[in-house]
Structures are given as C-alpha cells and as structure tokens.
Ligand binder design. Structure first.
Ligand code: ASP
Length: 309
C-alpha cells in the first residue's frame, strides 16, 4: 500500500484568534479532528479516496459549526439552498447538486448523481425529485436551523448585501466544508459542500458544485476542494487551474496551489483557500485570508489541525 493522505477544510475567512473564545476554538478543532479521523480510518482500512472524502464531508455537514447542511446559511428568502459535489480522480467521474433543501447530506446525494445518472449536476426541484426517487428522506427545516446563522441573515436581509460565513467583516465571510484524499492505490478524490452565502439571491450558485471551480480530481495531477468568494473561484476556475499548472507547467502541488491562490485568484480580487493532495500523498493547504479551518494527516506521521495563518 502506498502513502495515504487526507486534508479537510471548514471554510476560510477573517478568522482571528482575538475574536475566538477558547471554548469555540476547542469545539472547531474537535469537529475537524473527528472528520479527519473518520476519513483517515477509511484509507487506513484500505478504502478508496472517494469513500474517505465522502465520509469526512458527511461528518462536517452534520456539525452545525460549519456552513454546510446542518448549520447552512440563509438565502435572501430566508431559506436554505445547499450545494455539493464529489469527484473521483481515478476515472474523473463527478456528481453534484445545487439548490437543494431538506437533504441531510448533500455530498451523499452528489455521489448518487455520479453513480446513478448519466449527468454531473442536478439542481433545485429536479435534484429534490431525484433524491426522493432514490429514497433520501427529506428533513424538516428545524434540523438545518442555526440561531447564529439566522441572526447573521436578519442583520442584512433588508439590504442588497450578501455575505459569506466565518468572519467579522461582511464581505469576508466563508464557511464551506471540503475534503481531499489519496488512497493506498494512488487514487485521489475531492468533495465540497456548502450553504453558500448569507442573503445570497434565490437561485445563486457558487463554485462548490461546479466541477473545475470548487472541486476537481484527477489521478494525473491532484485533488482540490476550495472555499471562499465563490464568484471569483468560478471566474478563476481555481481547482482546475491547480491541476493545469501541474500538468502543463510541470509545477509541484504546492507551487501550483501557491500560484493559483496567492497570485491568480488574488489578482482578480478573490479571497479564500483550498486543500489539495497529489497521488504521491503530498498535501497542500493554501489560503489568502487570515484564517482557514483545516486539518490533514498522512501515513508518514504528519497530523495538523489548524485555524490561523
Ligand atoms: N465558496 C462558497 C460559495 O461561494 C462559500 C464558502 O466557501 O464559504 O458558495
């Protein structure tokens, strides 16, 4: 079995230690550790990178601290519209859902789109109909309600502003979750899940369910999951850009992530970050914001759970 590795994120933004209580910091780190361990165990038991990223993201979706599934932000109509995607680097199969509500784990639904349909992305009503057809339970709104995110929305709902999660300043808040992994066979995979942005327009789709923008995986290069100002990640095609920089320019994983996040995304005005792995099990966690909830672990003894720069 080759080197195994996993990296996860819980969103990037103006996350400052001055704004954090010790209790909150411990809660975030515990949640990251739980998700990291859940994904790592899959790899350790010889499971696939695809299973590992799905498992890690499910744990993060189930935790209300993060802006994905349970704890998702509110849109301009006071509703939840969740996006998720997953990609298998071994064959570049991909699945995604956009604008779904009532789904406990949108990443699991994205995987079903990949496995049970000929399509890559199902949105809104069609995605919900598909979920019902394959027996996904539709949960009540209460399950997704989070008081903190509700207050966030109330404070800006009468404006034209929309904001991302996890920070103090309105225009610097991000909170998506994601995971990337390399399994013992050298296969890579990536998954991303989000509630999007507080007070986003009804129907707005960010980068998270867009293959190439928020999520990408190819065994030839890398697996990438992004978080940040989605519109800029779409315009910069960040996840695929990292892969292209490796494939066409011969950059290493960390050089490619640095170029994509610190130079190209930044030049356009985009804030955020990503986690990435390559088939050799190298890990990169790059961001251009003050903080990003992140963690990684590999079979050579590396283990990190970090929040600030
Ligand atoms: N990228 C996500 C979006 O734009 C938000 C985030 O990362 O928090 O929907």
């Amino acid at each position: 079995m080759g080197k195994i590795a996993i990296a996860i994120h819980g969103g990037a933004g103006t996350i400052l230690s001055a704004e954090m209580t010790p209790e909150k910091e411990i809660a975030y780190k515990n949640a990251l550790k739980e998700a990291l361990s859940a994904g790592y165990i899959v790899l350790e038991n010889g499971g696939s990178a695809l299973d590992a990223v799905e498992q890690a993201v499910i744990i993060l979706e189930d935790c209300p601290l993060f802006n994905a599934a349970r704890g998702a932000v509110f849109n301009a109509n006071g509703a939840h519209e969740m996006d998720a995607s997953i990609m298998d680097g071994s064959n570049r199969d991909a699945g995604a859902v956009s604008g779904v509500d009532g789904i406990k784990n949108p990443v699991a639904l994205a995987r079903k789109v990949m496995e049970k349909t000929e399509h890559v992305l199902l949105m809104g009503e069609g995605a919900m109909e598909f979920a019902k057809t394959i027996g996904f339970p539709i949960l009540e709104k209460d399950y997704f309600f989070d008081e903190f995110r509700y207050q966030q929305w109330l404070s800006i709902r009468d404006s034209d502003n929309f904001q991302l999660d996890h920070s103090i300043k309105k225009d610097q808040k991000y909170g998506t979750v994601g995971a990337v992994a390399t399994d013992g066979e050298g296969n890579v995979a990536a998954a991303t899940s989000t509630g999007g942005m507080t007070n986003k327009k009804f129907g707005r789709v960010g980068d998270s369910p867009i293959i190439g923008a928020g999520t990408y995986a190819s065994n030839h290069t890398c697996a990438v999951s992004c978080t940040g100002s989605g519109e800029f990640f779409i315009k910069s095609v960040v996840a695929y850009d990292v892969s292209c920089l490796m494939e066409y320019k011969g950059l290493s994983l960390s050089e490619a992530c640095m170029e994509a996040v610190q130079k190209r995304l930044k030049a356009l005005g985009g804030d955020g970050g990503l986690v990435a792995v390559d088939p050799q099990g190298n890990i990169c966690m790059e961001f251009n914001t003050p903080g990003m909830y992140r963690a990684c672990k590999d079979s050579e003894g590396k283990e990190e759970i970090l929040i600030y720069r």
